[in-house]
Design a binder for this molecule. Structure first.
Ligand code: ADP
Ligand code: MG
Length: 466
């Protein structure tokens, strides 16, 4: 097969995916129009894209689907790689990832003078995303403990916190933080071997090793590492044999003082169909959780993401997104990406009106612009069956203090009111009382898994029952 045949296969891949509706026309315009076939050989296909940002987006969204279709068409295994083509005839989209980590190799610069200290620079780690680095991780109310622990581990792997387990809901930064540890060690400790794998791949590789009788290779691969990062270990639930294998891998590495890091969507104690002895190994080291970010943190994250993008988005639009996309950081990013793509494609200035129009469907609910303290008090007091007067009153029985704290927390979450203003509307309480109340609710959420859904429900009700 010569190079041009691969071009045909590539075109056919895209055509089929579109025809089947796996790729909408809009997606095609957004991500595929600015992509070009460069070359192909047996086993891999190289595509040109205008920026790192673009490459990462395409990889994240489509890589699996594209590779698998390409393999089907060609009849042998194919991987897709990307090259950044700055000066090609592809129209430049305006976004580009700024390289903030000086240790990252720059793709667009010669390597001489890059490294004045003459330390050998390591190639990027093949399994880690380069932008999942500490430099890109915004520290906020929801993650400061986890982030400090992660940094401590990165500077002393296998030391104090072993194993390290990060748990929390989807899109809250578990993978980012875990890979930051990996990247940091990879670049700063040239002798350390870092391995990152999702639990799902670990399972598949294990099963494959049994079928192909290559178990000893599998064992060796995971027992000869300095830092083992396994993402999403909840996927190991019900996988008895793989759990068993991981148990032995764990022990081997742990005894050799190698660093283990895991992520999980829940605290290990809540894993089901999971070997107790493995659970207790996870709990042996440091377990930290990631919470949903509050407004300030959401806003800070958006500002950080905007640093890497040249499209102008006014701060009031960022605030609008931060206020309305409250679920998690992945959704937050998706909203920003959508606006940036819109701005680039339609070449329009992004105003608050345009943003509202474009993001209607992404917002947790109707706009919160005119949510008042009074409205939250009404919804919350109705739910807990206390009177709004009690909310503002002096009573300190549990029946009223808890709803009062919930209401304060919600107001803090979804409105602009300062703690001083909120205190005033609750019978002239001091702003520290409000801060204390919000902290109480945040703490309780950690221990009581039913509270967060309740608060979420009340927020929705507040937004809807204007
Ligand atoms: P999880 O693994 O918990 O589902 P991810 O680590 O994949 O979540 O995070 C989802 C997205 O949000 C990623 O693109 C990540 O870079 C981003 N993100 C999460 N937390 C932060 C943060 N504190 N600062 C900057 N970006 C973040
Ligand atoms: Mg993840």
């Amino acid at each position: 097969m010569d190079g041009s045949d691969y071009n045909l296969f590539w075109a056919e891949t895209v055509r089929q995916l579109m025809e089947e509706g796996n790729l909408s026309e809009q997606e095609h315009d957004m991500w595929f129009r600015n992509m070009e076939y460069i070359r192909g050989d047996s086993g891999s296909l190289i595509l040109g894209v205008p920026s790192n940002f673009y490459r990462d987006q395409v990889k994240q969204r489509y890589l699996k689907m594209l590779e698998s279709r390409l393999c089907d068409l060609i009849g042998s295994s194919m991987t897709i790689d990307f090259e950044i083509r700055k000066n090609s005839n592809i129209p430049q989209e305006k976004t580009a990832v700024k390289q903030t980590n000086s240790k990252k190799p720059r793709e667009d610069a010669p390597t001489t003078n890059e490294n004045p200290s003459h330390q050998p620079e390591r190639e990027p780690h093949r399994q880690l995303r380069q932008d999942y680095a500490f430099e890109e991780f915004v520290i906020g109310n929801n993650n400061s403990f986890a982030a400090s622990a992660a940094q401590a581990i990165a500077s002393n792997p296998g030391g104090a916190y072993n194993p390290f387990l990060i748990y929390g809901g989807v899109g809250l930064g578990k993978t980012h933080l875990m890979q930051s540890i990996g990247n940091s060690i990879h670049y700063s400790m040239a002798d350390k071997k870092v391995v990152y794998i999702t639990a799902e791949t670990f399972i598949n590789e294990f099963i494959h090793s049994i079928k192909s009788e290559t178990q000893s290779q599998f064992k060796n691969k995971y027992r000869k590492v300095d830092v083992l990062l396994i993402d999403d270990i909840h996927d190991l639930q019900n996988k008895k044999e793989t759990q068993e294998e991981l148990f032995h891998t764990f022990n081997a590495l742990y005894d050799a003082k190698k660093q283990l890091v895991f992520t999980c969507d829940r605290p290990p104690s809540e894993l089901r169909n999971f070997a107790d002895r493995l659970k207790s190994r996870f709990e042996r080291g440091l377990n930290v959780d990631l919470q949903p970010p509050n407004f300030e943190t959401r806003h800070a994250i958006l500002r950080k993401k905007l640093e890497t993008i040249t499209t102008t988005i006014p701060d009031e639009v960022l605030e609008l997104i931060a206020r309305n996309v409250t679920t998690n950081i992945r959704d937050l990013e998706a909203s920003l990406t959508k606006l940036v793509a819109y701005a680039d494609l339609v070449a329009k200035n992004i105003t608050v009106e345009v943003a509202q129009q474009q993001l209607k469907g992404s917002f947790t609910s109707t706009l919160t612009a005119n949510i008042t303290i009074d409205r939250v008090q009404r919804v919350v007091s109705e739910y807990f069956n206390v009177t709004p007067a009690d909310m503002k009153g002096k009573k300190r029985t549990k029946q009223v203090t808890f709803p009062r704290q919930v209401a304060m927390f919600i107001i803090r979450e979804i409105t602009d009111y300062s703690t001083t203003e909120i205190g005033l509307e609750f019978g002239g309480r001091d702003h520290t009382t409000v801060m204390h109340a919000c902290q109480r609710i945040e703490d309780r959420m950690k221990g009581d898994p039913t509270l967060e859904p309740t608060v979420g429900e009340l927020i929705r009700a507040t937004k809807e029952n204007g």
